[in-house]
Design a protein around this ligand. Structure first.
Ligand SMILES: Nc1ncnc2c1ncn2[C@@H]1O[C@H](COP(=O)(O)OP(=O)(O)OP(=O)(O)O)[C@@H](O)[C@H]1O
Ligand SMILES: [Mg+2]
Length: 344
């Protein structure tokens, strides 16, 4: 498996972040937003490494859904274990970090997945920015609800929000060339881009899976990709993490949309459980004259007023918050439309 995935296609973003880290008002730093796997954490880490090379002190804070119930959990690695009631905790943590920033002549804190921050940690982050006590590089996943104190960072204009995009086909081809350390034929490179949608996380999982299965191999000095890609164990695990929580009925709704979106509301509710359609799409799905599509970013179905161009047929599509994952697929000879979910 290639260990080296050099950063590609983020020069402008790094320049933008650098400019935001140099300004001192109203807040210092930036919010990096984007779909799952688009490269938020990687970019934030690279930005902190660049700051460190310029002599700044840096700290890394990673929020997780499981630690959300614990006050200040995300910041404990940088503030140390503090005791006391919440108000004291917040004051001690803010003072401690401000002291570090003063002593070190400036501090840049990376806050990863800030949408998972517990209330006290998000208040601390907000205070640090509001008082300009430290510079921050914050990542959030688009479409995920975040604490008020986090959304206030960009809504109140304290920090600029940068929306990260997937890699272009050229960037994907460049990255593949470097990762494989050799020339990849252009048809294969384009296929990787189409299937992954330029999402570096899908791309990495796909490449690793195809290398492991021996379908991506070097012949006469050129990398070639033969056969049909399969969902590797790593990719299946990722998809399970993202949409494994859906009920059987909701998955059925997605199956139909994945096969032939957009679909009319009345057709979809006729084919599936109307309650599951409404659960996945909200009240808008009650409006019979509209069409429905899956909105991966918001993990919900969205309605649209008129049919948009369909995606290519013979594609098996799994949806998750990062977008669609498309793999070639041929329906069974008897015409059945049931889709093999990767973990079934
Ligand atoms: N521009 C890039 N060039 C090369 N590799 C990249 C790039 N961006 C991300 N990667 C790689 O893709 C993978 C996914 O990136 P990363 O973890 O940063 O995504 P993310 O947006 O933080 O995902 P999540 O929403 O799940 O936290 C990582 O292995 C990372 O090193
Ligand atoms: Mg991340």
């Amino acid at each position: 498996m290639p260990a080296r995935w050099p950063l590609i296609g983020r020069d402008q973003e790094l320049e933008f972040i650098d400019a935001q880290l140099r300004r001192s008002w109203p807040g210092t730093g930036v919010v990096l937003a984007g779909a799952a796997g688009v490269g938020k954490t990687r970019l934030a880490r690279e930005a902190l490494a660049a700051s460190q090379r310029r002599g700044a002190a840096t700290r890394w804070v990673a929020a997780t859904a499981s630690a959300r119930e614990l006050p200040l959990a995300a910041f404990v690695p940088v503030t140390g274990d503090l005791g006391g009631v919440p108000a004291d905790l917040l004051r001690q943590a803010a003072e401690g970090l401000a002291r570090v920033a003063r002593d070190m002549g400036g501090l840049v804190i990376g806050v990863d997945d800030a949408h998972h921050l517990d209330d006290l940690s998000s208040s601390l982050l907000h205070q640090l920015v509001l008082r300009n006590a430290a510079a921050v590089v914050v990542t959030v996943r688009t479409g995920q609800p975040a604490p008020d104190a986090v959304t206030a960072l960009w809504k109140d204009g304290l920090l600029r929000r940068l929306e990260l995009q997937s890699l272009s086909s050229e960037e994907t081809a460049e990255l593949l060339g470097l990762v494989l350390d050799g020339r990849l034929d252009s048809v294969a490179a384009n296929r990787f881009w189409m299937l992954s949608g330029g999402n570096p996380l899908y791309l990495r999982q796909l490449v690793d899976g195809e290398l492991e299965a021996g379908r991506l191999a070097q012949a006469a000095g050129v990398w070639q990709w033969a056969g049909r890609p399969a969902v590797s164990a790593g990719l299946a695990e990722l998809i399970r993490q993202r949409i494994g929580h859906l009920s059987q009925q909701e998955r059925e709704v997605l199956d139909y949309l994945a096969l032939s979106e957009p679909l009319g509301v009345s057709l979809l509710t006729g084919l599936t459980d109307p309650d599951a359609v409404e659960q996945a799409g909200g009240p808008a799905t009650r409006c019979g004259g509209r069409c429905l599509r899956w909105n991966p970013a918001g993990r919900r179905i969205r309605s649209c007023s008129w049919p948009e161009p369909s995606r290519p047929r013979n594609c098996l599509t799994w949806s998750w918050p990062g977008g669609w994952l498309r793999l070639p697929w041929t329906p069974a000879a008897d015409g059945t439309a049931s889709m093999p979910w990767p973990w079934r």
